[in-house]
Design a protein around this ligand. Sequence first.
Ligand code: THG
Length: 367
Amino acid sequence: MTHLIAKSARLRSTPYTKRIEEYGVQSYTVYNHMLLPASFKGIEEDSRHLKNNVQLWDVSGERQVQIHGPDAAKLTQLITCRDLSEAKDYLCYYAPIVDNNGKIINDPLIMKVGEKTWWLSIADTDVLLYAKGIAIGMNLDVEITEPNVNILAVQGPKSFELMSRVFKDIDKLKFFNFKRFDFQNHKFLIARSGWSKQGGFEIYVDHDEIGLNLYDTLMSKGEDLNVRPGCPNLIERIEGGLLSFGNDMNMNDTPLECGLGSFVSFNPKIDYLGKAELEKQHKEGVKRSLVGLKLKLDKIEITKALPLKIGADIIGELRAACFSPDFGCCLGIAMVQTQYQSLEKKQTLLVDGEEVESVMTNLPFNK
Ligand code: THG
């Protein structure tokens, strides 16, 4: 049975909602209190299309938390465990936001977009409230807002060809760099980034009307490239090991447990909340961590974490999974106690009580 979601002002639409509904969006999820498309022609067909063509994604739900003012750099550093002391104003930084216990609050891309202005392009939790709380508590001189920015992502192997038809010199933009590019006399911040492993761009649209013209232009100029509206794809992102906060990771996990150690700084010159706890965990070693699971099943659908056991022992939980046509099995992302991690070995796991032949592996998955 299909269930409808009742829309309201609280469940925010985006400037492109009308367009994607005309193009036949099939299902939505909710992300930062906003509609985020989840499928158009079914996730298997969407994934196949993404890997071979180009898609235009309405990822407005990836909201920007803007931190502006004399203490902007200080506050931004205080809430993330990544070292931003040398942050460049043309690079994107994947940077976990952590709390005072070193647990993850969110995993945004952070960009220094002005001398005293930072954007946190957030996953699905209320970072604005967390940042405000810290700023008020510490008496920091900042303004924290959510600007009207609605990202259009252009993803897929043909995204480079499509974008060069619309933006001059876009082909010179390197991975995880951003720069402003002109369209209809408006400068749009564009980054070479996106939540797929197929390559592409993200356009930070801060003008609704020109943004819609841009949407239509990309759709019409991409006709011969088989452009379609699309969205972050469950199969493609699990295959590629792109982590989803709220699914694979939650506020009880630390970045070290989630394989994000390379984004945790122990530089004595910087200070952030939760640093001492992360230092302690780093020294002692983690007791559990995220692993990949190859499961001998021909379908799986997960709407909440499922317990994983070996015999009578609880070893962890399966947090996300899908059937992957390319791997010919189901792939899962699981939090598993390190003492039970035996990689690349066939074993029978109990997934929510059901026996499943499985192989544990590092992320991202290798075929
Ligand atoms: N783009 C933008 N905002 C976002 C996302 C995005 N906000 C929410 C969510 N996605 C944040 N999470 C991620 C997770 C992974 C990546 C980006 C955002 C990512 N990772 C690369 C990888 O794993 O290959 C590279 C990471 C690195 O090496 O720095 O792209 O997608 N605007």
